[in-house]
Each structure stands twice: as C-alpha cells, then as structure tokens.
Design a protein around this ligand. Structure first.
Ligand code: SF4
Length: 119
C-alpha cells in the first residue's frame, strides 16, 4: 500500500490531501471538492505541471526578457527537458500574447507561448 500526503494547488484553499493506493484502488481524503480528488489521483499516477518562465529577446530594446509559459500542463518528468529547450530560445520582436515560440515543446502537446506583448 502506498500513502502520499500532498496539498491540492488547484485553488487558494490548499486542502491537505491523503492519497492511498492499494493496487488499482486509489482513495483520496481531505479534499473539499471533486477537483481535489482528481488532482490527488493525477499526482499519484501522472503528475502534470504548467511551466512558466522567461526567454531572452533577440533584439532587446527596453525589454531584455519575455515571459512565457506552456500552453497546457506537461508531464512532470518532462520539465527539465522543457527548461533546457527554453534556454536556447530567443524571441523576435514584435511579440504578442499567445504567440507560439516553440510548438510541441519537448515532444509534448504543449506549445511554448508568450504571455505578454513586446513592440
Ligand atoms: S480540493 Fe477543491 S477546494 Fe480544496 S484546494 Fe483543491 S480545488 Fe480547492
């Protein structure tokens, strides 16, 4: 039997979850809503994270860095690979929120997208 304690990060309430796995049976306690139950199950079986970071601007004016994020959560084990790719990216201006800088980053279904505008 595997027992994990964790905090649900889906909303500011931050419920303390206990997730118990016994074979294929997974029980979650401590959640206040159904989203917490699914979060606990996902964390035990296939944790995912949205990556937020920044990249250099190729032709910096006032702005040397551009904030970026993955368009959706990526598997936790892919985060290091995502960040190593991010280090090689330089954004070309002008950039608009939502512009895709890297499609399908690290072989995931997520794109690396800009989260602000730079003229
Ligand atoms: S279990 Fe529900 S109420 Fe509790 S932190 Fe998660 S999303 Fe929020």
């Amino acid at each position: 039997m595997r027992i994990e304690e964790m905090v649900c990060i889906l909303c500011p309430r931050g419920c303390h979850l206990t997730v118990t796995q016994d074979g294929d049976d997974i029980q979650v306690t401590g959640n206040t809503c159904p989203r917490g139950k699914q979060y606990g199950i996902n964390e035990l079986t296939h944790p995912m994270r949205t990556v937020t970071t920044s990249v250099y601007v190729e032709d910096p004016g006032r702005d040397k860095m551009l904030s970026v994020k993955t368009s959706q959560a990526v598997p936790k084990e892919k985060i290091e690979e995502v960040l190593s790719i991010v280090k090689t990216v330089k954004a070309k201006t002008p950039v608009k929120v939502g512009d895709v800088l890297v499609a399908g980053i690290a072989g995931t279904e997520a794109d690396l997208v800009a989260t602000r505008n730079i003229e």
